[in-house]
Design a protein around this ligand. Sequence first.
Ligand code: 6PG
Length: 247
Amino acid sequence: MEPSMKYKIHTFKTATTTAHAVAKILLEASRAKQQKLQILNVAVSGGATPKRLFDLLTEDEFRHAMPWDFVRFFWVDERCVDPADPESNFGMTHHALLQYIPIPAHNIFRMKGENDPAREADRYADLLGKELTERNGFPVFDIILLGIGDDGHTASIFPDNMDLLNSEKSVAVAIHPTSGQKRITLTGKTIMNAEQVIFLVTGKSKSGIIRHIIGKTPEALEYPASYAGNYKGEAFLYLDDDAASEI
Ligand code: 6PG
């Protein structure tokens, strides 16, 4: 499968101003949904990068402005650990954001890392089938926020498990290639079914990966992130100058 993604690249001086730009997208998108009395269904990733975004969303500019009743949070992926575990993506999001904002508890749909992985992947897939609209047999998120790992992974789709890009399941179990840690992850077809896919990528360590992905180099063929975009084959890249320093 050739990555033929069309990228809309936005670069910013710092990691914070990059995250701020993504926070504004969420604010505008949630307000647009509110005006139509609809809900914004967002799937968020874990890792270090989104934490800066979450911190910003707790600041007055966003905390009081976002129509949280019209926002629902889902997860792109989750480590198969207890939510209290420092590794937990939900736990990180709760500590950085959820505990500070007036979002209704019923608007939060965590992947339950403490459950049996295979059963949890099926449970979450069923939940998405119930909670989201469907296109081509897969659930439709309004926005999926992705990061990119140093090895070119995104979500928990790792280079040694590229078949998750084409899985007929909407949610699957993945295994981290070095730690062996089990993960629950949205699959490629779910990601590529979204209305909007936004990569938030910052830091010098990601500049090489970004160069390969934007340049569609032979190496990029090995990167799952190369294949992630919305249903129209488009992806937004929000990069700080460090991550964008080689393009
Ligand atoms: C996870 C994430 C993962 C992340 C990348 C980038 O569970 O770790 O979902 O896909 O987005 O590993 O992580 P950083 O933001 O920490 O660089």
